[in-house]
Structures are given as structure tokens and as C-alpha cells.
Design a protein around this ligand. Sequence first.
Ligand code: BQF
Length: 283
Amino acid sequence: MPATVISGRKLSKQIREELKEKVVQLNAKYGDVPKLVVVLVGDDPASISYVTAKEKGAKYVGFDSELIRKPESISEEELLSLIDELNNDESVNGILVQLPLPKHIDVDKVIDRIALAKDVDGFHPENVGNLHVGRPALLPCTPKGIITMIKSAGLNISGMNAVIVGRSNLVGKPAAMLLMNENATVTITHSRTKDLASHTKNADILVAAIGRAKFITADMVKPGAIVIDVGVNKVDGKLCGDVDYEPISEIAGFITPVPGGVGPMTITSLLENTLEAFINQKK
Ligand code: BQF
């Protein structure tokens, strides 16, 4: 039997309708709606498409949203003082600096500067630390979206073997932490892992976050597994996942498509985080 497709597009639509209603209620209560500010440095086409999706999502659910564009030539100091301004602006609830940044800017300095309460990407080390020790935190958007997708299919993560391929700070590591919080048994694999397939074949949940088109092949997948494809690779101008979709959809129990899978849910998680940040700042 072919795998059940977990559509991030459909799930995002549902959640965004719910968010829209919450925004109406919050506006009635506070006379104010959440405001998200996205900062884009330079004009990388992929980054432009990502910030456009974020703005569009924010506007759709009724947030105030502002895109601040700066030239590639902006100095680190100038960018840091822009963040200070946004931190001090009470009308701003969420701040997101689109990554990657130009090489002359230290990304760690930029992330460290964002006020903890407004860090809707969940990348600030104190948010990361809070997640690590199980305290309340704004969660990184992609891993948060992955958990939402698995749960939406009515699946109970507890006790499952979760294998993550890729150990980035943005996806692999925080996904491991969230899955562990759901009582999964977690393995993080990466480019130096020996006999990768021996790990992935044991996965009830397989998270592919490598960044190489069709890297995960059918022989690496356990029958019935939940396969989560985080890849956003451009191949001949088309978006392509890290998973070899067609053959694997014949083996897996559940699979997320690319496009229309984890990507839209990443944006939806950002909207959820912005709403959460707003509520916390009103308390
Ligand atoms: C879809 C991202 C790598 C590096 C930096 C919808 C997005 C992507 C795909 C999107 C991503 C990837 C984002 C789809 C934001 C996800 O329909 O499949 C939306 O906008 N993403 C980002 O901001 O920075 C990245 C990937």
C-alpha cells in the first residue's frame, strides 16, 4: 500500500485559519495584533522567496508585518543597531533576520543580539538552552513544524525510533531534542556516520535534513516508516527533496512531499511563534 502523504500545505491552511481567528480575538482583547519584522540583507533569490512567503503568511493571518531590506554592503555594526532599535520598539513582537548573512557579518553576534522574547526563529542560545533543559522556549520553526505534522497524522511518537540525518543547529539538533521530548529514541547521523543505512533502516521516523537531492534511497527505509523530507534542493529549476520520493512512497507508511511539505509548515510555525511572543509580551 502506498504511503499516506502528510501535506504541509493542507495542514498549514487549517492552522492559519485558526490563527486568523485567534488574531481577531486578541485584537478585541488588546486593541492590537502581533507584529513580525523580517530583516533581509542582500538579494539572494532563495532568501527573497523565503521572506516573501513569511510576509504573505503573516498578512494572511492578520498580523502586522514589515520587511526591512538592507544592501549586502551593510556593516555588522549597522545591522546590530537596527536589531537594537527593533528590540526597543514595543510595537514589534517578533524579529527574524533571514539567513544566511554575508560573510563579513558574524551570524552569532546577530542572533545573540535579538531580544529573547522576540526571537521567533528560536535560534538565540538562551532559547536553545531552554529547549535543551526542557524549559519554556520559542522553538525553531522547522523542527516544530515536523512535530506538528507527525501529530496531525494521529501518530504517537512515544517509544518510536527516530533517526535524523543531518546535525545542523537549524534543523537536525533541535529536531532531535523535540523528538526526545516526545519520548522517541533518537539517533543523530551525519556525513561521517559509518554504514548510514544500518541506522536509517531501523527508523520508525526518518528525518532527512542533509541538503542533497534524493540522498535517501528506498533501500535505506524501513517498511511503514514515517519519512520527513526537509530538503529544499533546486534541480533544473525545480524544488526537490532529500528523499527519493517515488520509490520510497511505495515503502513508507507516511511521507511528506516537496514542495508542499515541511516548507509551508516552517512558515506556519513562525506564525505560531509570533503569536506566542505577542501573548507573552502582553502578560
Ligand atoms: C514548499 C530555508 C534552507 C536555508 C535557509 C514553502 C519554504 C520552502 C518550501 C520556505 C527555508 C526553507 C526557509 C516550501 C523558509 C523553508 O512549498 O515546499 C516554503 O519559505 N522556507 C528559510 O527561511 O531559510 C532557509 C532552507
